[in-house]
Design a protein around this ligand. Structure first.
Ligand code: 5GP
Ligand code: MN
Length: 353
């Protein structure tokens, strides 16, 4: 197999050397963690990196702050993931592992708040922290940082880091599947503007190394429960609100509706894209009453910056065209605030095409 990505992998040489030094000698106690409610990029990056580091002789534990969607259950190594918030016992175990670790990898997030109550524990641990991420405006909490906001997925960066460490030979089919899944989902199946030539080269190498692309696609997109598909139909038929004057469309879902359709973690993922799929719409949103808080997802086309929008109005963030936020107001009040925020950007939105 000839690698098509050659010497210049676009990673900071000093960070690679710092990481190489941290890993030197093998046998390190390593914790890998990622953002709460991990998606395919978060979990695929974590399990892919874990598999590489295990092959290199390190002791590795993946800690997820919360549960994650069932459509990720197929991921190799998934059964070894420790869910921090599952019980007092898992909290204690994750705390012990993080406190005793030599290295903690923080993947696919840019501030410790994204890992909920595990954040202060990671922050206080004497372990060296390594942050590998592609979100905008990273906070400085790690000693070694690979932050590339032009990367479409953290999994892309994981591949490049493994390659830069000379580890391509350790990438087998299951590892390649994990990284493929992260890249496939974060690029919207290779259709977002973030889908660069470099990412296609990475994908080409992952397929050569054994990623089963058709299988991964099926496992992620064609394993819906009937509930989920019926809920999508309900949202499209009954819940989609279009504001043509602001080129905006959104869904607002109540806690009662989530209950009525037996919605599980991950079941609402992707619905927001249908708002943006409408011709002439440049801002799509989904606002969901998760009881403990109202969660929101924003997607934009063209030049509307939802990262800034989410930060300014809803304590959130993310990427230029895909971001999220939250609100502790109730659903009606949150919708009202969303509509005010949209109106405040009305002229800007109306001018986009
Ligand atoms: P999603 O809408 O799919 O949950 O998230 C879209 C993007 O925004 C992801 O990259 C995610 O990490 C980020 N994101 C979602 N919610 C939040 C949030 O509350 N705070 C921050 N900083 N980022 C978020
Ligand atoms: Mn990501």
């Amino acid at each position: 197999m000839t690698a098509v990505l050659t010497a210049d992998l676009g990673l900071d040489a000093a960070s690679i050397e710092a990481l190489r030094a941290l890993l030197a000698g093998g046998g390190k106690r390593i914790v890998i963690t990622t953002h709460h409610k991990p998606d395919a990029d978060a979990l695929g990056s974590s399990l892919g990196l874990a598999r590489y580091l295990q092959k290199e002789g390190h002791q590795v534990q993946v800690v997820a702050p919360t549960d994650f969607p069932a459509f990720l259950d197929w991921m190799p190594g998934r059964s070894q993931v420790l869910q921090f918030d599952k019980s007092a016992q898992t909290r204690a175990e994750a705390t012990r592992l993080a406190t005793e670790a030599d290295i903690i990898f923080c993947l696919d997030f840019n501030t410790l708040e994204r890992i909920n109550d595990f954040g202060p524990i990671v922050g206080a641990s004497p372990a060296a922290k390594v942050n590998i991420d592609h979100h905008l405006l990273p906070q400085p909490f790690a000693q070694v940082v690979f932050s590339d906001t032009s990367a479409a997925a953290t999994a892309e960066l994981i591949y490049l880091v493994i390659a830069a460490l000379g580890g391509r030979g350790q990438i087998d089919g299951p590892l390649a599947d994990c990284l493929y899944a992260g890249i496939m989902t974060d690029t919207g199946s290779f259709r977002h503007g973030s889908t660069t030539a470099r990412i296609h080269r990475v994908i080409a190498e992952l397929i050569e190394l054994g990623a089963d692309n058709a299988k991964v696609h099926r496992l992620i997109y064609d394993t819906n429960s009937l509930n989920r598909v019926r809920f999508l139909g309900y949202c499209l038929a009954e819940k989609l609100v279009v504001l043509p004057e602001y080129k905006t469309a959104y869904f607002a879902i109540s806690a009662e509706e989530l209950k009525r359709f037996h919605i599980q973690t991950g079941d609402t993922e992707g619905i927001v894209n249908y708002a943006l799929s409408l011709e002439g719409i440049v801002l799509g949103a989904i606002i969901i009453d998760r009881t403990e808080m109202v969660k929101m997802s924003f997607r934009s086309a063209a030049a509307f910056d939802v990262n800034t929008f989410a930060r300014r109005y809803f304590e959130g963030g993310g990427h230029f065209n895909a971001a999220g936020g939250k609100s502790t107001d109730d659903l009606p009040r949150t919708i009202e605030r969303f509509l005010q925020a949209v109106a405040a950007h009305g002229a800007e939105l109306a001018a986009l095409g």
